[in-house]
Design a protein. Structure first.
Length: 238
């Protein structure tokens, strides 16, 4: 544990999050990654439902107006809006073996990546209290005239995420303003992912604007092209 970790948890609203079981939100997800993988507009206007206690996510619509995706750690599926199975894949992470940056995805690859990624984003930093997580404050980072504290987080194998070790930049309010990672299933490209325009939704502060860029070896972002853009219109906890 670390003092910085607890500061971040409290700033984002950990007490309210602990009482919730699901997070629902309307959002639009676009960017160069989806186009490169063959799905430029698949997540442009979607409703996402994510569990807080288990790694489970639904996107609707998903590649068809009447379909939804179902993400789980052990399997992903596509089904009709009334729950009829269309296709599924067990051990979905293994299906990315041998992929390169330019490798196209099928719809179940899309369901897996989009599922675990948004589950992480919506449940961070609250994930850090789960068993197996390790947090450590590291040296600060100066960017745009601001010095930010940084938290290095090591994820356990039981949580699907971009990579085992990630670095979170913390602003003066205790909110996550940036996270650095290299997503293994997309080819391991270093990414600087910015989170901004926080809003309070029923006691939990959520970044409603996210922009991910390629990251140079010196840690600076290449802002000419947006790899992933996420715009969240609303969030509900239940």
């Amino acid at each position: 544990m670390s003092e910085l970790r607890d500061l971040v948890l409290n700033a984002h609203g950990v007490t309210r999050w602990k009482s919730a079981r699901t997070i629902e939100g309307n959002m639009s997800i676009t960017g160069l990654l989806w186009a490169r993988k063959g799905w430029p507009d698949a997540l442009k206007q979607v409703r996402v439902t994510a569990d807080t206690e288990s790694q489970r996510v639904y996107y609707q619509p998903f590649t068809n107006p009447d379909w939804r995706s179902v993400y789980g750690l052990e399997a992903v599926a596509i089904e009709t809006s009334d729950g009829k199975s269309i296709k599924s894949r067990v051990n979905p992470c293994a299906s990315f073996q041998g992929h390169a940056v330019e490798t196209a995805w099928d719809d179940l690859h899309l369901a897996y990546f989009s599922g675990y990624a948004i589950w992480n984003y919506l449940n961070t930093p609250f994930l850090f209290v789960l068993p197996g997580f390790k947090t450590e404050e590291i040296e600060p980072w100066d960017e745009h005239g601001e010095s930010r504290r940084r938290l290095k987080v090591t994820f356990p194998d039981s949580v699907a995420t971009h990579c085992p070790e990630q670095v979170f930049h913390i602003n003066s309010e205790g909110l996550i303003s940036r996270l650095d990672y290299s997503a293994v299933v997309t080819g391991g490209v270093p990414i600087a992912h910015y989170a901004s325009e926080y809003k309070d939704f029923d006691g939990v502060r959520i970044a409603t604007k996210r922009r991910a860029y390629r990251r140079r070896a010196d840690g600076t972002a290449i802002t000419e092209g947006v790899v992933v853009a996420i715009d969240i219109a609303d969030i509900r906890f239940s």
